[in-house]
Design a protein around this ligand. Structure first.
Ligand code: FAD
Length: 384
């Protein structure tokens, strides 16, 4: 009988199960052919443009981008299934990750028609790669403290500042730079910020490697020295950067990479425990329980974005590509212009969580064996 590492939390969906099987078979073939070796943190650190293009050719990049922009018009749940399978085997997916996960949805939500037509088809083909231009040397958790400045000039903006921890910038084509486009008003710190599409081969952009302790290079420091960004590469509304960037962070924080970056290590431990080479440590059950909870939460976000029916949300609609709500223009310090803001949408409505029992004593450790028969290639999921 087939066993699951992550127990089912929802009603079976045959189409998602078929998609999962298709992706899994493809990945198995790729591993067997030596195309890649499974790893950890591969969505950050393993950049393989050929592999990304191979996935794109199968329609597994840009899945939720509408077909009119070169995407595949599929649901966030379908994308979630593909994403989990890629993470479960530690496939080399860094080249597509940021573009697919957050740049494309942000462009769909805030981009102009011209920006969508310019960037989205290339993202769906796996040819345009994106980085994240948020953090700075003295601005991390408190992102409203960014010091990068954007000054309006004839035909566009001049941007000066330093971005840090910019994963993959040395490979990427562009990032959204979060910059202060109006002087800081201490009483309204979140006002006066804007996002700009910076092409990373622009004059004035310098990308310096930041090596990790292991010597790996995926972080960078990106110095922007008076970089010109034309008006047609402003993302969304000038002054509305805080609403936009926090919306973008929603995509960044909700995905399964947050809890599956090292999934292969857990699967390996389960296999070893199942084979009797590791003691049946109850902590394995606790880890599996934790993954289950996070999986369900993350799946709930995707289901919500797909308009999946849930007990609390019987309507079927797609909420994740609509503009954010704003009743009024953001408060802006004097002397700095504000522009019109888009109409609103409702707040999220989560599906109900399923219960999950986690073994917490050695005597219950035997129950961990619900997962001990699994292997890297055989872990079940809530959508099947
Ligand atoms: C793997 C990885 C990849 C990343 N990739 C990117 C990227 O591509 N692009 C990008 O822009 N950024 C990236 N980041 C940066 C990440 O978003 C920053 O690390 C984050 O913004 C935190 O900033 P910081 O390191 O300056 O820490 P700080 O913000 O200085 O925080 C340090 C510590 O202080 C705590 N702290 C901060 N403020 C408060 C407070 N007010 N009250 C209490 N505690 C507080 C924090 O919780 C933390 O424990 C990446 C980070 C990681 C780990």
């Amino acid at each position: 009988m087939r066993t699951s590492l992550v127990p089912s939390a929802g009603a079976p969906d045959p189409s998602l199960a078929a998609l999962r099987a298709e992706v899994r078979a493809f990945l198995r073939e790729q591993i067997d052919a030596g195309v890649f070796t499974p790893g950890v943190d591969t969505w950050l650190a393993r950049w393989n443009t050929d592999f990304t293009k191979a996935l794109a050719a199968r329609g597994w990049v840009g899945m939720t981008i509408p077909t009119e922009y070169g995407g595949h018009g599929r649901t966030f749940m379908e994308r979630f299934v593909v994403t989990e399978e890629l993470l479960a085997v530690g496939a080399p997916v860094a080249a597509q990750w940021v573009a697919d996960r957050q740049a494309a949805p942000s462009l769909l939500k805030y981009g102009t028609e011209e920006q969508k037509r310019r960037f989205l088809p290339g993202i769906a083909r796996g040819e345009i790669c994106w980085a994240i231009g948020m953090s700075e040397p003295e601005s991390g958790s408190d992102l409203a403290s960014v010091k990068t400045r954007a000054v309006e000039v004839d035909g566009g903006w001049r941007i000066t500042g330093t971005k840090l921890w910019t994963s993959g910038a040395h490979h990427a084509d562009a990032f959204f730079a979060l910059a202060r486009s109006a002087p800081l008003d201490p009483a309204h710190r979140h006002a006066g910020l804007s996002q700009f599409i910076v092409l990373l081969d622009s004059p004035g952009v310098e990308i310096r490697p930041v090596l990790s302790m292991s010597g790996e290079h995926h972080f960078n420091e990106v110095v922007l020295d008076d970089v010109f960004v034309p008006d047609d590469l402003v993302l969304g509304t000038v002054g509305d950067g805080w609403a936009q960037v926090t919306s973008e962070l929603g995509y960044e924080r909700s995905g399964p990479e947050r809890f599956m970056s090292t999934f292969g290590v857990l699967a390996g431990a389960v296999d070893e425990a199942g084979a009797g080479r590791l003691p049946a440590d109850p902590r394995i059950g606790a880890f599996v329980g934790r993954i289950f909870g996070l999986h369900h939460m993350s799946r709930g976000v995707s289901g919500h974005c797909s308009g999946t029916r849930t007990r609390r949300s019987p309507r079927r609609w797609s909420r994740c590509s609509a503009p954010r709500p704003r009743a009024t223009s953001p408060t802006s310090p004097t002397n700095w212009p504000t522009r019109a803001t888009p109409p609103g949408r409702g707040s999220p409505n989560w599906s109900e969580p399923a219960s999950c029992s986690v073994p917490d004593s050695p005597s219950e450790a035997a129950r961990v064996r619900f997962c001990a028969g699994s292997s890297r290639g055989d872990w079940g999921c809530a959508d099947e």
